[in-house]
Ligand binder design. Structure first.
Ligand code: GDP
Length: 528
């Protein structure tokens, strides 16, 4: 039994988020390199000069799978670390949110020359919404960057959380000399020839003028001033970090492998073993030997050659063993999970066992939906589901070719099950059209593209003016008999629930005033 506890104890599971190009892929690759995962697989050998992204693309091409939207595992200092990748565009913030549900902490990568970028404010807010520890890695310090104090202030303002700089940069760009680790009072030197090598560091007393001789008088004075300013500010508070109220900030340069080790060390010190998840019967203890998991992501066609669909689940308790029987709560069926797999660096591996905190992917023939619970036979409980965001954009969609109605419905339902879109119908109408709701308009493009590519259906799409959606929780009459304001429409989801879509938020007041006894709820749906 002790191995189960030890194995779970050494797990750390985090999601990595960033604006495109901030350096998420590069940082992930360095983590894997650090854990020896890539070197073992022999992937980076002889590719030193090549950009990290192209390495990944190569891997994707070779393997025919999408490494960049996946889960990877690596080992470091006795820990087993799972990284969950997230899409970098704000239109996929819901996907990011779901991935964060499977993580126990988040790492946010920010480009030091850009700060919190306009497009990703939403993603960062979603990150703060979860209340999990958020670690900030300010990247590309080897390039000209913005004032570090200003960057920290921006994170605080944009995310609404406090920051605590764990280390402080000494210059930037061509002048970048390294970072000063506040707790250890050491300077970690950045060297051009330090690529991939362990950087030199020395212990320093910032009041000692000898520091000026090493890093230059002016730099020394600035560093003294800034560190003093930081010291006069906030105290480090581990509890606040663990509650997601305080984000530890690290400066570094992923490309040159600088600052990765202190980051990993700090991260491992400040995060805890996998956190328990709440189910309808209460909190499920992570260390309980009975296996349980929930589905947080479904991804179709990861391998174009095989047209497969993979359900990703986060193990919440106990140990998973291949070939043992599990129980799928939502369908009430016992089953064996098909080809359970994990990503090890660039390899997709069939696994025999996995522990709480780990993420596994299983082949799915359409059984699973986002939020589903998997337990061991005899244990019946449901994890609290995953909330769906309120769609903000709507389209009326139908197949151009009416003969393709079947594929149309199948495709729309499957893509909706993956959580990429939400689908509704207008009551008393046939299945020749659906109303598609999305959080970000890019999802429409993905939907259209996939319907054509995967289901062979060309679509007619027409924008609708709705901006909000409410579930009708109580109604004085048949929903279709309600008095509606202009631009409002009663919809039904595929579970048979009635909803109202409308334009301006003022419509809520109108609807409630003109339909006594009507009750509307905001949270659209909790899947699972
Ligand atoms: P992602 O879109 O967030 O995954 O970003 P990538 O990791 O693909 O990086 C985007 C670009 O920035 C690539 O050309 C990287 O080589 C480059 N890059 C990443 N980290 C650094 C860094 O620390 N310094 C510099 N100068 N460039 C970097």
């Amino acid at each position: 039994m002790s191995t189960l506890i030890d194995e779970i104890h050494r797990r750390r599971t985090f999601a990595i988020i960033s604006h495109p190009d901030a350096g998420k892929t590069t940082l992930t690759e360095k983590f894997l390199l650090y854990g020896g995962a890539i070197a073992q697989a022999g992937q980076v050998k002889g590719k030193k000069a090549k950009a990290a992204t192209s390495d990944w693309m190569e891997i994707e091409k070779q393997r025919g799978i999408s490494v960049t939207s996946s889960v990877m595992q690596f080992q470091h200092s006795g820990f087993c670390i799972n990284i969950l990748d997230t899409p970098g565009h704000q239109d996929f913030s819901e996907d990011t949110y779901r991935t964060l549900m499977a993580a126990d902490s988040a790492v946010m990568v920010i480009d030091g020359s850009k700060g919190v970028e306009a497009q990703t404010r939403k993603l960062f807010k979603v990150c703060a919404l979860r209340g999990i520890p958020i670690f900030t890695f300010i990247n590309k310090m080897d390039r000209d960057s913005r004032d570090p104090l200003e960057l920290c202030e921006e994170v605080e303002r944009e995310l609404g959380i406090d920051t605590y700089a764990m280390n402080w940069p000494i210059g930037c760009g061509k002048e970048f000399q390294g970072v000063y680790a506040r707790d250890k009072q050491r300077i970690l030197f950045f060297g051009d020839n330090g690529r991939g090598k362990k950087a030199d560091s020395i212990e320093v007393d910032l009041d000692d003028s000898a520091v000026g001789d090493i890093i230059g008088q002016k730099r020394w004075e600035t560093l003294q001033e800034e560190v003093e300013l930081l010291g006069a500010g906030r105290e480090f508070d581990l509890e606040a970090v663990q509650n997601g109220m305080l984000s530890p900030v690290f400066f570094g340069s992923a490309l040159t492998n600088f600052g990765i080790e202190p980051f990993l060390e700090g991260f491992l010190q400040m995060t805890s073993a996998p956190l328990p998840r709440v189910a309808d019967c209460g909190e499920i203890d992570t260390f309980n030997p009975d296996f349980s998991a929930f589905v947080f992501k479904i991804q179709a066609n990861m391998n174009k050659a095989h047209r497969d669909r993979i359900a990703f689940m986060r193990i919440c308790s106990g140990k998973f063993e291949r070939d043992t029987e599990v129980y799928h709560m939502q369908s009430g069926k016992k089953m064996r999970l098909s080809q359970p797999q994990q990503m090890m660096a660039s390899e997709r591996e069939i696994i025999d066992e996995a522990y709480a905190g780990d993420i596994i992917g299983v082949f799915d023939a359409g059984t699973f939906a986002i939020g589903d619970t998997i337990t061991v036979p005899g244990k019946k409980f449901k994890f609290s589901g995953i909330p769906t965001f309120e769609p903000e954009h709507f389209m009326r969609v139908s197949p151009k070719d009416t003969m393709k109605r079947k594929q149309f419905i199948k495709g729309a339902e499957q893509i909706a099950q993956e959580g990429a879109i939400q689908i509704f119908k207008i009551p008393d109408t046939g299945m020749e059209e659906v109303i598609v709701g999305v959080v970000g308009t890019l999802q429409f493009d993905v939907f259209e593209y996939r319907m054509k590519g995967e289901y062979g259906v060309d679509l007619h799409m027409q924008r609708l003016p709705y901006e909000h959606l409410r579930v009708i929780s109580k109604t004085p009459c048949e929903p279709k008999e309600l008095t509606l304001c202009t631009g409002a429409q009663v919809l039904e989801d595929f579970r048979g629930r009635s909803l109202i879509a409308f334009g301006g938020i003022w419509s809520v007041g109108f609807l409630l005033k003109h339909n006594e006894g009507l009750e509307l709820i905001e949270s659209v749906t909790v899947q699972g």
